[in-house]
Design a protein around this ligand. Sequence first.
Ligand SMILES: NC(=O)C1=CN([C@@H]2O[C@H](COP(=O)(O)OP(=O)(O)OC[C@H]3O[C@@H](n4cnc5c(N)ncnc54)[C@H](O)[C@@H]3O)[C@@H](O)[C@H]2O)[C@@H](O)CC1
Ligand SMILES: Nc1ncnc2c1ncn2[C@@H]1O[C@H](COP(=O)(O)OP(=O)(O)O)[C@@H](O)[C@H]1O
Ligand SMILES: [K+]
Length: 500
Amino acid sequence: MKILSAEQIREADRYTIQNRPIASIDLMEAAASAWVETFLQSLLYSHRKSIIIVCGPGNNGGDGLAIARMLKPLNNVTVYLMPSDNYSPDNLANQQRLRESGIQPLLLHTTDILTLPPDAVLIDALYGSGLNRPLTGLSADIVRKINASGVPVAAVDLPSGMFADSNDHNTLHTIVKASLTITFHLPKLALLMMPTGELAGEIKIVNIGLDSSFIDQQESPHHLQDADSVKVLYRPRSLWMHKGQAGRGLLIGGIGHTAGAVLLASSAALRSGIGLLYTACGLRAAQALPVHRPEAIALDLNETDLPDLVSSLEPDAIAIGPGLGTSQASAELLNEILEYPIPTVLDADALNLIAKHRWLHRLGPNHLITPHPKEALRLFGQAKPFEFHQNLLKFSQSSKTVIAFKGRFTRIYTPEGIVWFNNSGNHGMATAGSGDVLTGVLLALLAAGYPVAQAARLGVWLHGAAGDAALLRLNSPESLIAGDIINHLHQAFHQLSSST
Ligand SMILES: NC(=O)C1=CN([C@@H]2O[C@H](COP(=O)(O)OP(=O)(O)OC[C@H]3O[C@@H](n4cnc5c(N)ncnc54)[C@H](O)[C@@H]3O)[C@@H](O)[C@H]2O)[C@@H](O)CC1
Ligand SMILES: Nc1ncnc2c1ncn2[C@@H]1O[C@H](COP(=O)(O)OP(=O)(O)O)[C@@H](O)[C@H]1O
Ligand SMILES: [K+]
């Protein structure tokens, strides 16, 4: 699914109204109705004693007015409206319809009249994608009062005060903090990125019937990656396959006390279909691995000459980093690995070493780096979130390196300039070792021969989908541990192979 800019979304609205037999006011009615349908199914709505709706002067406010009319038969609804001498035509039309339905909106001349009972739910329809500058004055005061109240908020299209695209020049404290954002038709960039994404709460996308051929024609580097978009990448195994065709992988890490990292990565690689796995690690891990995972071949790094190993093994793919440490000896191992033109995943301490030794320029098309935000900061330096995003995009294009920037919506930056926002995975995965599991999955896919960008996309999705299957089973994000992700990889693969 494409992610369009605010400007492109406006164009899509305009195009739909001009080329489809639907008037602007009817599109608003359809949007409000789709929003209400999703809202009524949400946990946020259940058991709430009243509904407060705050409406702005534009079409976002127009949606709010229409939503108020639709919810009136179901609950106790109070509507507040921003005073303006420049209401949009559809906003005015919906003010009229609302009054005809028996609701008189209260004009929000001052924040004093805004009453926010704790057992209410607030619907935020102040501003949407038409925001043209950060909020100030009365609008900002209203947002601050809403945020201070503790009343749960469901936002219409976007939390008010948030720009759909870059918020690098915005102030976060003038953005509504929502528990749920029901957005229209397409995801918006700001909903998928920190720190703005966190202000949106749970995100739901509702179809409002915008013209799909117009959307298909729009150029955008940003895409949301779901099961359907990775299914096309998946290559099922041949019935006649033998283990030599499933790929050989070499995993390097687990030095000293950090044996667990390679144990997790090894298990994940084996559960992701690797044919042969060699894990080169410290003594502790080399002793623990056969007990923990006898399918892997453990090699003690102290007794292994890396160039000899690589030339005798001829691995199809390498992964280096989990539990590697940042010692001089580890740096020498990495220095060697960076010379091989073999598809390689670089994670954790491998990334810290690259930052420390300023080896970023040595990365190329056979490399897949998987930084979490702190590692990315060490590698690429500090920048505002949207600028940082642009920097990653530029680096991937110029170096031809694939980046999986990990987080809630892990972003996969590909050298052709496309960024995939992955939508599998959950907050239960914010636990030690889940990144090591991803490294193992990626190693297996690279060893199986998937091109680097495809392995990254597929692996990140599988990892998230396995986490989702684990959460479904455990029912508690707190109890989810990295091993559970491994134990549910089979379900993620099954989803890929099952017919649509
Ligand atoms: N046909 C359409 O265009 C559709 C639009 N929809 C809704 O329309 C929204 C976009 O509507 P609009 O383009 O009218 O924009 P908004 O309603 O988001 O905001 C525009 C209004 O707010 C004012 N404004 C902007 N920034 C401000 C600021 N910092 N302080 C104070 N006032 C500010 C503008 O002067 C204008 O009056 C979407 O988010 C969505 O909710 C939906 O109804 C679906 C269909
Ligand atoms: N809130 C979340 N929602 C979705 N996925 C998450 C969330 N938190 C973490 N993850 C995923 O879990 C993994 C964590 O990786 P990382 O931070 O490297 O962990 P570790 O270093 O402990 O192994 C990443 O793949 C990330 O995308
Ligand atoms: K809004």
